[in-house]
Design a protein around this ligand. Structure first.
Ligand SMILES: [Zn+2]
Length: 230
């Protein structure tokens, strides 16, 4: 039988079948070994292990030794069109999820619904470096709560962009009037455990237009899950 004489469809099907057999041939020996081993129940675990190894060999795009993990990455919008992001995550970590004190999302309920969260809380580790969420100049260093000198915020204003950013719970390493670039260190994250025991330590980030309107930072700093293979 000559392949060339077969109609196109049948020829293709035959070629595919032959290819499949060829591809499976190297598997035949280990599969036979597994089948023999499977006859003895005591070796079930060994068999499962072997099958796992074989499955690994069957999927060359995902070798057995590689470990895949997903990671969150953050990308700020480029609103002035210069090709570079104009907003950045100040801790590099995911927004604070629910804990005993509520959610870190923008608009989350506070005080039983009497007020709403005006920022996004980015989880962090006490003492870690906090970086500038926008470029601009340091327009204010203030206190988060009246009468409490321990918790401060750094305010950065960018008149050209039309945005103001306030990063709370930061021990500043810069001074009022300093020019800062997005991503540049501006201080270290202060622990909140003395004030809210058990809370997820975080930077509370408020983004607003220069007219004061608060914007959900999650709309300007997009989170994306990527798979990283080791
Ligand atoms: Zn907050």
């Amino acid at each position: 039988m000559q392949l060339t004489r077969l109609p196109g469809l049948r020829r293709r099907a035959l070629v595919q079948a032959v290819s499949l057999v060829l591809a499976l041939t190297p598997m035949a020996a280990p599969m036979a070994a597994v089948a023999v081993a499977a006859a003895r129940p005591a070796e079930t675990r060994v068999v499962l292990g072997k099958m796992g190894q074989i499955a690994g060999r069957l999927a060359p795009e995902r070798p057995v030794h590689a470990r895949a993990e997903t990671r969150l990455v953050f990308a700020g919008l480029d609103i002035d069109g210069d090709g570079a992001p104009d907003f950045a995550n100040p801790t590099g970590k995911a927004p604070r999820a629910w804990d005993a004190f509520g959610s870190g999302a923008f608009g989350a309920r506070r005080d039983g619904g009497h007020r709403h969260h005006e920022g996004v809380d980015y989880a962090g580790i006490a003492g870690q470096e906090v970086t500038a969420p926008i470029s601009g100049f340091v327009s204010k260093i203030g206190f988060a709560y009246a009468g409490d000198a321990s918790l401060r915020f750094v305010e950065i204003t960018n008149p050209a962009l039309g945005y103001v950013a306030r990063a709370f719970y930061v021990d500043p390493t810069i001074e009022v009037g300093a020019a800062v670039r997005i991503g540049q260190p501006i201080g270290r994250l202060r622990t909140l455990q003395d004030h809210y025991p058990g809370i997820t330590d975080h930077v509370h980030l408020e983004l607003m237009k220069t007219d004061g309107a608060r914007i959900d930072a999650a709309e300007l700093i997009h989170a994306r899950r990527v798979t990283v293979r080791g």
